[in-house]
Design a protein around this ligand. Structure first.
Ligand SMILES: Cc1ncc(COP(=O)(O)O)c(C=O)c1O
Length: 393
């Protein structure tokens, strides 16, 4: 048996390419936050996670440039050995303060943060209970840990309670939820979840990849949004979304973070976040805190677009944030919609089954505080035109 057989037999992507509706790995050649260029033609970007538009903020760019000149391109080693810089530690203090926790630890990606945290905290005798729609990096971290994995119905605290009630009291339990769900755009029901987790004697971790900069009084995440910072044991964030770059962090009690720091394989056996990225994300954090208007504008845009889609007759599922899925139905129709939209000058993300349940294939749309009113109305006009052509509305 040749282990490459599956690769040679895999034809789905080539068929889609030949038929001209392949929506993935589009090589953009430039652009800024709200507009990207493909083959010389501008596409309005409604498929990024650049919620505050900080990828091109002058202060953020300047910080990256000066760190590049001061520290070089990278540390060529792990945080554990030669890779720690003064700015890593300064930034960790700022992140701990921002999330209201005792300590924070930076990883080189959000994915590695989840792998490294979950697989370090859990062992084979423990049980981890996760929302069915939690991010892939959470699920992979759980598999890596060897713990028993149980999944509850999406954002259904009653189902979570049932599962916890059936577990023995003396077993170690960790509940992990996304703060904002990346494909649905809904918010975890933290008040109910916290109560259930506490009465079960479990611990709680919240993945705030899509909440940092977006939710909370200072953009400081889901727990802060609900006033429940003390009830959430571990807060995870990424720098690949509102912070406009790449990287991740975990925040919690100092002893817990120190344990993760000395045991987490995805941190210890991988090189540290490059100085230019540390500097740009630090500058982004300053702007998140000092320019609340960006967050307010993002929410105004989210509300405007959701109402706009709904008025046109589209189904936006359970969205309640600036992430708005527009449900198209089957996979082929979603590809067709995506392609027509792209040709009209708009880029959204095509998300098909099995990534989402059958017949709920969708265009995942998400917004940027810097989108102009003209761009938003252009997008709605194109959705209306194509929605009618394809009989989605
Ligand atoms: C909820 C969630 N967690 C973790 C990650 C991984 O983050 P990163 O892209 O920074 O590796 C993502 C990214 O898509 C995400 O959406």
């Amino acid at each position: 048996m040749d282990i490459f057989k599956k690769c040679y037999d895999f034809t789905d992507a080539n068929i889609a390419r030949e038929q001209g509706y392949y929506p993935y790995f589009i090589p953009f050649s430039g652009g800024d936050d709200t507009v990207m260029v493909y083959n010389g033609s501008a596409k309005i970007m409604i498929g990024s996670n650049n919620y505050l538009g900080l990828t091109h903020h002058p202060e953020v760019l300047k910080a990256a440039q000066s760190a590049l000149m001061e520290y070089g391109t990278g540390r060529t080693g792990s945080r554990f050995l030669n890779g720690t810089l003064d700015i890593h530690e300064q930034f960790e203090k700022e992140l701990a303060e921002f999330t209201g926790k005792q300590a924070a630890l930076i990883f080189s990606t959000g994915f590695m943060t989840n792998l490294g945290t979950i697989a370090t905290i859990l062992g084979k005798d423990d049980v981890v209970i996760i929302d069915k729609l939690d991010h892939a990096s959470i699920l992979d971290g759980c598999h890596l840990s060897g713990a028993r994995i149980l999944r509850y119905r999406h954002n259904d605290p009653d189902d979570l309670k049932k599962i916890l009630d059936d577990l023995p009291k003396d077993v170690g339990k960790l509940v992990i939820v996304d703060g904002v769900f990346s494909m649905e755009g809904d918010i975890a029901k933290l008040p109910e979840i916290c109560e259930i987790v506490k009465s079960a004697g479990a611990r709680l971790m919240v993945d705030d990849a899509h909440s940092m900069g977006v939710l909370g009084p200072e953009g400081n995440g889901t727990a802060a949004h609900f006033g429940l910072t003390d009830q959430v044991d571990l807060i995870m964030g990424t720098f690949s979304k509102s912070f406009g770059a790449i990287g991740g962090f975990i925040a919690g009690d100092a002893d817990v973070i120190d344990y993760i720091k000395h045991h987490s394989r995805s941190m210890i056996f991988s090189a540290s976040l490059p100085p230019s990225v540390v500097a740009s994300t630090r500058a982004a954090l300053k702007i998140i805190k000092s320019e609340p208007k960006r967050r307010q504008r993002l929410w105004e845009i989210g509300t405007y677009m959701r109402a706009g889609y709904q008025k046109l007759g589209f189904d936006t599922a359970t969205s309640e944030t600036p992430i708005i899925p527009v449900i198209i139905g089957d996979n082929m129709k979603t590809f067709a919609f995506w392609k027509m939209l792209f040709e009209e000058g708009v880029y959204a993300n095509a998300v098909i089954s099995p990534a989402v349940p059958g017949n709920s294939a969708r265009l995942r749309t998400s917004y940027i505080a810097t989108h102009t009113q003209k761009q938003l109305d252009f997008v709605l006009e194109k959705f209306q035109k194509i929605g009618k052509q394809l009989a989605v509305i």
